[in-house]
Design a protein around this ligand. Structure first.
Ligand SMILES: *[C@@H]1O[C@H](CO)[C@@H](O)[C@H](O)[C@H]1NC(C)=O
Ligand SMILES: *[C@@H]1O[C@H](CO)[C@@H](O)[C@H](O)[C@H]1NC(C)=O
Ligand SMILES: *[C@@H]1O[C@H](CO)[C@@H](O)[C@H](O)[C@H]1NC(C)=O
Ligand SMILES: *[C@@H]1O[C@H](CO)[C@@H](O)[C@H](O)[C@H]1NC(C)=O
Ligand SMILES: *[C@@H]1O[C@H](CO)[C@@H](O)[C@H](O)[C@H]1NC(C)=O
Ligand SMILES: *[C@@H]1O[C@H](CO)[C@@H](O)[C@H](O)[C@H]1NC(C)=O
Length: 410
């Protein structure tokens, strides 16, 4: 029990109890009771003195009481839902409603096993999400839960300004979705061109030390960002991209991570804020940089999947450099840099619009594939348009597979 809980929250809970701070006391006490760990309160302070003295000041920043704990226990319902489902998480803030919904639609179109969406969104987006998601044709295959954006409260401002609004939320998913074993996190600008089941199946390929899977940030070191500019450690030759991140969160919660802040290994919930503090002035891409630092120190824990599972403009805007996609097509498209919404990369935009335009139930060949191919043929004046066939190669196969399953009644 103790090891699976956020240690720093413990310390805070304990100190709250002692101060008898009225409102918090009640809340903290009932939380402590509800997890049956009140006896640990004296112990964690003892530990904190002997073990944690070197950065005893840090816990107050990590806090957790109102956020980690509340969130973790409020969403406890997963306990009663065994994990034969696939779990997909996304964080939507600002203007990302339509983009997120389009991503979710692409997941629904091709997936086979039941899906549960965990949607973290700013409060003002909840009603719209609910209205739209309740209209989706689920056929009992899809369920969703909406969550507020949840940060460690005292450092909320610091986390929020770290990167694009709310993006660092993903770092806290293993702590918030405590009863979810495994999770696929994706950015809002992702489109699935084949069943979620296929990337989900990488979980079974993890060896005993692997806890997460991501794609490299670049295929071509000459245009790589990390290897040319980073002022912090990063994974591998060109770093990793966190826009598509498959996690065995059971393992993430259990692991003690090597790090360059203390000789002691730290758990996920303990390592984030010290890492941010240390590298705050040197990181550019926010939480993705923190993940790169973490996996630099724990490389045996990462499963690297090929670039066609996270295909970005960088893979074609200077010429095609994702060999795997040239051969097998793009599996997951990642339109970062806003390319679904401007005219800079019409190839990416066409795929986005085609999925957005598609109505569930319509014939996929006539209502999705054919109009898309027509649009793509207009983009051959661009570098990405020159390889437009890689954008529909897997999509064509996915549609074929889907119709084959349907004709067999599965
Ligand atoms: C904590 O430390 C105090 C004094 O050092 C000791 O009396 C107490 O037994 C310790 N509690 C635990 C749970 O180890
Ligand atoms: C969907 O999830 C909710 C919790 O968000 C749960 O109460 C409900 O039973 C689930 N429905 C199905 C069909 O699994
Ligand atoms: C941050 O970058 C500067 C300049 O490259 C470097 O000297 C410093 O060691 C870096 N800080 C950390 C914590 O790596
Ligand atoms: C995740 O890891 C745990 C612990 O090793 C294991 O029991 C579980 O089956 C794994 N989940 C998946 C989906 O492979
Ligand atoms: C698992 O795979 C990673 C990456 O190939 C490797 O670094 C690690 O040593 C492997 N772990 C085991 C236990 O073989
Ligand atoms: C999507 O619909 C818009 C508006 O009806 C149309 O202009 C566009 O060509 C369509 N795009 C694709 C790829 O189907």
């Amino acid at each position: 029990m103790f090891s699976s809980l956020n240690y720093l929250s413990f310390v805070l809970l304990c100190s709250m109890r002692q101060r008898s701070y009225k409102t918090f006391w009640k809340e903290a006490d009932s939380l402590v009771k509800s997890v049956g760990v009140s006896h640990l309160c004296s112990r964690c302070q003892n530990l904190s003195v002997s073990f944690w003295n070197s950065y005893w000041m840090l816990p107050s920043d990590v806090c957790g009481m109102n956020c980690f704990w509340e969130a973790a226990f409020r969403y406890d319902y997963m306990k009663t839902h065994p994990s034969e489902k696939m779990h997909l998480a996304v964080v939507a803030c600002g203007e990302r409603l339509e983009e997120t919904v389009t991503m979710l639609r692409s997941a629904i179109i091709f997936s086979i096993k039941p899906l549960h969406f965990h949607i973290f969104a700013e409060d003002q987006l909840h009603e719209s999400f609910k209205d739209i998601l309740d209209e989706f044709p689920y056929e009992g295959r899809v369920n969703y839960t909406l969550y507020p954006i949840t940060f460690p409260s005292e450092s909320a401002a610091e986390w929020k300004k770290l990167f694009k609004p709310c993006a660092s939320q993903r770092l806290f998913l293993p702590l918030i979705l405590k009863n979810v074993d495994s999770l696929l996190y994706v950015d809002t600008d992702i489109l699935f061109l084949r069943p979620v089941d296929d990337i989900w199946s990488f979980l079974r390929k993890f060896n005993s030390t692997q806890i997460a899977a991501m794609a490299p940030e670049h295929e071509e070191p000459r245009i790589g960002w990390y290897n040319r500019f980073a002022r912090h450690p990063y994974y591998g030759v060109t770093g990793i991209n966190s826009g598509v991140m498959l996690m065995n969160m059971t393992r993430i919660r259990r692991k003690y991570f090597k790090n360059d802040m203390t000789p002691v290994r730290l758990q996920w919930g303990e390592i984030l804020m010290p890492l941010l503090k240390k590298y705050k002035l040197n990181i550019t891409w926010g939480d993705q940089d923190l993940l790169n630092i973490m996996f630099f120190h724990n490389p045996e824990s990462l499963y690297v999947f090929p670039c066609q599972w996270n295909y970005r403009p960088d893979h074609c805007i200077y010429g095609s450099n994702c060999k795997a996609a040239e051969e097998e097509g793009i599996f997951i498209l990642h339109g970062n840099r806003g390319v679904y919404h401007d005219d800079k990369q019409p190839t990416f935009r066409a795929v986005y619009e085609a999925i957005k335009n598609y109505s569930f139930g319509d014939d996929l060949v006539h209502s999705l594939l054919q109009p898309l191919e027509q649009e793509l043929q207009k983009t051959t004046h661009t570098y990405c348009g020159r390889v437009y066939k890689v954008f529909i190669k897997q999509l064509t196969q996915s549609i074929r597979d889907l119709y084959a399953r349907r004709s067999k009644g599965r």
